[in-house]
Design a protein around this ligand. Structure first.
Ligand SMILES: [Zn+2]
Ligand SMILES: [Zn+2]
Length: 163
């Protein structure tokens, strides 16, 4: 969505933003296409005493797999951000400052960038996920597997007996 900012820069009334964005084709750095559901973008742009501010919220659900146990994760996300919109660079531009030289705002690109920046480095189904047994592949969150000879006294005895 392209937002025309001409009126608001000239002191016009606030602009409300509310729409859905399709990011189902968006591949993320870790691999996969997590945003199969529509992404909701809401926001408001207002001119307060000559300063044009954008407040926006991006809501999405991330469909990914746990990095350790591969089980599916459906994680709702909400990313809130604010920008001061300006028509030309101010020299010492901070992150909050967004230069809209053409007096238009590419809301899709901005929402997408903020959403992708808030993706976690690791996807875990829970902080203490035990992962899969490297030997038999069993999901160890569901309980221990049978192949732990070094840890189980009964197995150690059995091993000695068999040797
Ligand atoms: Zn897991
Ligand atoms: Zn195992």
């Amino acid at each position: 969505m392209l937002v025309n900012l001409k009126d608001i820069f000239a002191g016009g009334s606030p602009i409300a933003i509310a729409y859905e964005m399709n990011l189902s084709d968006e591949e993320v750095p870790g691999g996969g296409f997590p945003f199969s559901d529509p992404v909701h973008v809401t926001g408001r742009i207002e001119n307060r005493a000559g300063v044009v501010m954008l407040h926006a919220t991006v809501q999405a659900v991330r469909h990914v797999r746990c990095d350790r146990c591969l089980s599916p994760i459906h994680q709702p996300m909400q990313v809130v951000f604010e920008n001061v919109l300006v028509t030309e660079s101010q020299g010492d531009d901070s992150d909050e400052l967004l230069v809209c030289a053409e007096q238009t705002l590419d809301m899709d690109a901005l929402a997408k960038t903020n959403l992708l920046l808030s993706l976690p480095m690791k996807e875990l189904c829970r902080p203490d996920c035990k992962g899969l047994c490297p030997n038999c592949g069993k999901n160890l969150n569901e309980g221990p597997c049978a192949c732990k000879p070094e840890g189980h006294p009964a197995f150690l005895k059995l091993r000695k007996f068999l040797q």
